[in-house]
Ligand binder design. Structure first.
Ligand code: GAL
Length: 412
């Protein structure tokens, strides 16, 4: 307990001087960068210094590779955006600072919704602080394009296909998406939720049940998923998620299926979420909420000044004011209980209401595509199978279901 009293006393009593932190993240698109600015400026307001360690690439794959090499060189940053299973994997390897003493001393636990507390805890210890809750199962659509074509927003995948065919006939790209495996995984996940439903999703990705992974529901989900390949943009190869969003904004594409970081991008480009660009639950997933909890973890340090800086950053992240300002820009909702939502846009308010309802009804589902549902290796295996399948028009759904099950079993 020596350590506990040291860190808490250090946090509360060191003389006031500028604290420095280096923070790794991949929030580099227009909207994401604006959200990081909120954090940087609140940190600077306290007289502190921010050393930005931003690594490009949505989904964070490159950021994680860079982080590994820094950690292997015994020089990790003080803090990093680590979430879901990745967070737990770094925790098990002994790299992360246990934030439990701070949480207990500062009374954080009652402020964390149960899902947030569970996701961030490992063997009862708090391994990170949350920055916001993203919802993944969203359908974004360009309202003007829909009005001009006299189309109604699809509420299931059969309707989606019907609408997409009409758009295509008019020469409009139905679905804004790029060929990155994680974007494809997001699309697949929403099809799994909408066509397969909650129980299917749980059995397949949380329980990794072989019969479900190879059964008729999976084949149906894969068949539907494969159909969507016909609706991607001409410049699908290499299109980043935020470039896909730009296509949606300009009316170059009619819809995008993506988490609500899209919203950060919209406001960065002066498009009103919920007005110019409509936000709806992805087809067939009404009432379900697949979540992606963003969080920041602290790497173990010896230097008291670094420990102090980490403590201050964690405290800042936990303030309702920061959570409100940051998430308004980022597109997510605060990860603390009873947030003040009065200044948020329509889509965030809808997300929050749906979150509460899903929480009550057992409909909160960890996002597979965002690393909340399976270990990182398994997610990688799933993404490989899905992106090969999606990009090969001759691939067979039955066989792919078997590949998927095998890929998951071999990484269990
Ligand atoms: C997610 C991350 C989000 C986000 C998105 C796109 O993995 O959790 O915060 O912005 O990638 O970069």
């Amino acid at each position: 307990m020596k350590w506990l009293s040291f860190s808490v006393i250090a946090l509360l009593s060191l003389p006031v001087c500028a604290s420095q932190v280096e923070v790794l993240h991949w929030w580099t698109s227009g909207g994401e960068a604006r959200a990081v600015e909120v954090l940087k400026s609140e940190w600077a307001e306290q007289g502190n210094q921010w050393n930005d360690f931003a690594v490009q690439g949505g989904g964070g794959k490159s950021a994680m590779t860079v982080l590994k090499s820094r950690a292997l060189a015994a020089n990790p940053p003080e803090a990093a955006h680590l979430k879901g299973f990745e967070l737990h994997e770094w925790g098990s390897l002994g790299f992360l600072r246990d934030l439990t003493p701070m949480a207990e001393h500062l009374g954080w636990y009652p402020q964390l919704p149960p899902m947030v507390r569970d996701t961030l805890s490992q063997n009862g210890a708090l391994m990170a602080v949350p920055t916001g809750i993203h919802r993944v199962n969203w359908l974004w659509l360009n309202r003007k394009v829909f009005e001009r074509q006299g189309l109604k927003p699809p509420t299931d995948w059969a309707q989606f296909v019907a609408v997409a065919d009409k758009l295509k006939e008019q020469g409009i790209t139905p679905l804004a998406i790029g060929n990155e495996p994680w974007q494809i995984a997001v699309l697949f996940e929403t099809v799994a939720l909408g066509e397969g439903g909650k129980t299917f999703y749980r059995k397949a990705f949380l329980e990794q049940d072989s019969a479900t992974l190879t059964g008729p529901d999976m084949v149906r989900v894969l068949t539907r998923f494969q159909q969507l390949r016909a609706y991607v943009p001409e410049k699908y190869a290499g299109l980043k998620w935020h470039q896909a969003t730009n296509l949606l904004e300009s009316g170059g594409a009619a819809m995008q299926v993506m988490g609500d970081w899209v919203k950060g991008e919209l406001s960065a480009g002066n498009y009103r979420p919920g007005e110019d660009i409509e936000c709806l639950p992805s087809p067939g997933s009404q009432g379900l909420f697949s979540y992606n909890l963003d969080s920041i973890a602290m790497f173990k340090q010896r230097d008291p000044a670094q420990l102090q800086a980490q403590g201050e950053l964690a405290q800042l992240l936990m303030t309702p004011r920061f959570q409100q300002e940051f998430n308004r820009v980022k597109g997510s909702i605060p990860a603390l209980t009873k947030p003040d939502m009065s200044k948020f846009d329509r889509c965030a308010i809808r997300s929050y209401q749906d979150f509460l309802l899903a929480e009550r009804e057992g409909n909160l589902l960890p996002s597979m595509a965002e690393g909340m549902a399976t270990p990182t290796n398994m997610r990688q295996g799933i993404m490989d199978v899905l992106s090969n399948f999606f990009n090969d028009p001759r691939a067979n759904p039955q066989q792919t279901a078997l590949h998927l099950e095998r890929a998951m079993r071999s990484t269990r």
